[in-house]
Design a protein around this ligand. Structure first.
Ligand code: SIN
Ligand code: MN
Length: 283
């Protein structure tokens, strides 16, 4: 949103966006996560029904309906089929490989994010975009695949399309003609979380498309003004689509916790993956 900021700007020039309790949010001792992300499918029993089966009541049956928790925010449960989820996990594994692979993100004030991240199209770093991994191995970021453009457009059509009482796609700035060119892919190992922040390095107001894979999480949707209440906690499960645009595009949001072991073992993923697809406006 800050149009004055250069995509090549050195890190550390804007206010910290991931505040809170550094020791808790950003543990200094990170486990080696590659065996988890690249590991064989777990044989542990899932704490939640298998993909494709109706969810049990214990994790919030009521929320498994389409929901619009705030104007411009749409949650579509089970939007990705089990097969699509497996394909997406496999694709993320490839994108996570070096060069320009999955990395640990260090913050300007010395904290370390507990998620690990890989980007496509443009490389996000705290706090800007670059074409190379300026805070990692320096390699050119992997291209943004055309399939993700199509997927993101389908996501917006499904989220904002003509629904009774729903927000119309035409009322959401940047939804028509959506041209995403950034994917930020976060892997949450057990215990990882993400403090409340806004996605504001993009230069246009087009919506953010968010896809969840693996373990269930508690996603906190805040307001556009402050990091404090009011907020709404949403449960995001594997395959869920969340879109935030229009009046909610620059809302604070974060991940309070993940629920370890809730992923279907057949997905072959330990922890949680989240992809946000965005339009950078960087041209
Ligand atoms: C993010 O805010 O970039 C990620 C949100 C999520 O993991 O659901
Ligand atoms: Mn975000």
């Amino acid at each position: 949103m800050d149009g004055a900021r250069s995509p090549e700007q050195a890190p550390g020039q804007s206010a910290a966006e991931y505040p809170g309790q550094p020791a808790e949010l950003f543990p200094e001792q990170l486990p080696d996560l590659f065996p988890q992300l690249f590991g064989e499918p777990s044989r542990q029993p899932s704490r939640q029904p298998s993909l494709g089966q109706p969810p049990g009541p214990s994790l919030g049956q009521a929320q498994r309906q389409r929901a619009e928790p705030a104007p411009g925010v749409v949650l579509l449960p089970d939007w990705l089929s089990p097969a699509e989820q497996r394909e997406m996990v496999a694709a993320c594994r490839e994108w996570a490989r070096p060069p320009a692979g999955m990395r640990t993100v260090r913050l300007p004030r010395g904290g370390v994010m507990s998620v690990r991240m890989v980007c496509l199209g443009w490389h996000w770093y705290p706090y800007g975009y670059a074409r190379t991994v300026v805070d990692g191995d320096g390699a050119p970021v992997k291209p943004f695949p055309p399939e993700l453009v199509e997927l993101a457009r389908r996501a917006l059509a499904d989220a904002y399309g003509t629904t009774a009482g729903g927000t119309g796609e035409r009322e959401i700035v940047g939804a028509a003609g959506y041209a995403p060119d950034v994917a930020v892919i976060n892997h949450y190992p057990h215990g990882a979380k993400m403090g409340l922040h806004r996605d504001r390095e993009e230069r246009v107001d087009a919506p953010v498309v968010s896809l969840s894979l693996g373990d269930t999480c508690v996603f906190r949707l805040g307001n556009t003004e402050t990091r404090t209440r009011p907020w709404t906690d949403l449960e995001l499960r594997s395959g869920d689509l969340l879109v935030f645009g229009g009046p909610a595009r620059f809302a604070y949001h974060g991940v309070v916790r993940t629920l370890p072991g809730t992923a279907d073992p057949g997905l072959g993923l330990v922890g949680r993956l989240n992809l946000t697809l965005r339009q950078s406006g960087l041209g």
